[in-house]
Structures are given as C-alpha cells and as structure tokens.
Design a protein around this ligand. Structure first.
Ligand code: DGL
Length: 270
C-alpha cells in the first residue's frame, strides 16, 4: 500500500479524458493533474521542444513526490516516453503501448488505422509498437491537426457539418484501406467517437488511448502493491495559464464539473 499521489499531465486539458477514466477505476487515489495550458498545443511542435516541455512537466509533478506519473498526452507519449522513463526512477506510463496492444488484440483484418497529432504521427511510435507486437499487421497513420481546435471550440457532435466534413476528409483514406480497428491517438478524440464512428462505419473498433493507458497503469500499480486503498480520493488541478477558461474546457473533457482546486503555476521555473 502506498498513500502517495499519482501525477497525471497533458499539454492542456484534453488529458482530463484519461483522468476521468483513472478516477472511475481508482476512486480512492489522490490525483495531481497538470495541464500545460500556457504552451498548448504540443502536437504541431518538434520533438526537442516536446521533450523539453515534458521534462519540465515531470519535474513539476515530482515536487509532490508521486508514486507514478501518467502521461495522458498522445504527443508526449509518442515523443518522450523513452527519455522520461530513463531519466526518472519512478514508473511512468504513456498511452502508446497500451493502445497498440488493444489495437493488435482487436483487429481481425490485420489493418489498423491510427489518427493523432502531426507530431505523434511523425514520431512513428505507433507503427513501431504495433510491429513489435505483431509484425504481420499493417498500420495506416493519419495526422488530423484540425481536430484539436474543433473539439476545443465545442465542434465535436454528430450533425455538425464542419467537423463531419473535416472527419470525412481525414478518414477517407483509412476507410478505403479497409482498416477494421482505429486508434484514437489523442486526448481530444474520445469526444469525436460518434463522428468518427459515423464516418468509419459501425464495424470498425475504436480504441480510446487514455482509457487503455489508465487500465494498464492501474493493473501495474496493483501488481506492485502501490495502490492507496482509501475509501475516498481527491484531485488537485494545476495549469500554466490563467485558470479562467478551466471550468468550460474541463466540463467538456470530464463530462461533468471539475471538483477540486485549480491553481496556476510558473512551469518555466521547473
Ligand atoms: N494532448 C495532445 C495529444 O494528445 C493534443 C493537444 C496538443 O496538440 O497539445 O496529442
């Protein structure tokens, strides 16, 4: 048993989709969430900048002496997990491995699509991980840079012509390739599940990376005897820009009002 908190971070507030799943699975844990709202988005940035930001995000969370850190961000997981794990002596979980495993287990046709930010797709992390698990599978990667701003502006519901048009354009090559499994490789994409499902058709399995990561982390912490086993947990939120817009965006990603304090920090100091 370990009463210390679990740190969770993302480039912004999209990682709350993973936090939500974590809270559902581990209601007794103390969770510390950091969203780098002052520097979001990471998805269009280069690998070195992403790694630099991610090191600062981890350094901030380490000031709480966490027992583990979960990278809710697809872009950081794809570009910095190896480095962060090598540099830190605590378990760090990313979304790529668990999502690749879920996709490899789900596909029947052997054709797996991956949609994510430009930086995640450019990293090739999903292709490498899926090939490692099963070299016979073919991966069809597709960057979808317009999805994040659309979701953040509330444009993610079926029937919204703008998001449906964009989704149609991004997903057409994957549909034509005949993928039967699609990894939603970005924090924001669980909100697009209905739109993506409508474009891809009901026979395509959609993999939620945040949920896959949360489940894998919980299993690992349980095996290592690191869970807190409290009745009631808590959550504290930290951001690097004004907390003003926090409530609106947190509501979108959590699906409910965020409970717990929200504080601004100077991430450049870490
Ligand atoms: N959190 C990022 C991800 O999951 C999306 C937003 C961004 O580009 O920073 O890849």
């Amino acid at each position: 048993m370990d009463p210390r908190p679990i740190g969770v971070f993302d480039s912004g507030l999209g990682g709350l989709t993973a936090l939500r799943e974590l809270r559902r699975l581990l209601p007794g844990e103390e969770l510390i969430y950091f969203g780098d709202t002052g520097r979001v988005p990471y998805g269009g940035k280069g690998r070195e900048i992403i790694q630099h930001y991610a090191r600062q995000d981890v350094a901030f969370l380490r000031s709480f002496d966490p027992k583990a850190i979960i990278i809710a961000c697809g872009t950081v997981s794809a570009n910095a997990l190896t480095e962060l794990s090598a540099e830190n002596d605590l378990p760090i979980f990313g979304v790529v491995g668990p999502a690749a495993q879920a996709a490899a287990g789900a596909t029947r046709s052997g054709k797996v699509g991956v949609i994510a930010t430009a930086a995640s797709i450019r990293s090739g992390a999903y292709e490498r991980e899926i090939a490692r698990l099963d070299p016979s599978l073919t991966v069809f990667p597709q960057a979808c840079p317009l999805f994040v701003p659309l979701v953040e502006n509330g444009r993610f519901r079926p029937g919204d012509q703008v998001v449906e048009l964009v989704a149609e354009e991004y997903l057409a090559p994957l549909r034509h390739a005949g993928v039967d499994t699609l990894v939603l490789g970005c924090t924001h994409y669980p909100l697009l599940r209905d739109v993506v499902g409508k474009v891809m058709g009901g026979n395509v399995t959609l993999i939620d990376t945040g949920a896959a990561c949360a489940a894998a982390a919980v299993q690992c912490l349980e095996e290592q005897g690191l869970l807190a086993r409290r009745e009631t947990g808590s959550c504290r939120y930290f951001v690097s820009d004004s907390p003003q817009d926090f409530a609106r965006l947190a509501g979108i990603f959590l699906g409910e009002e965020a409970q717990g304090s929200v504080e601004r920090i100077e991430i450049e100091k870490y």
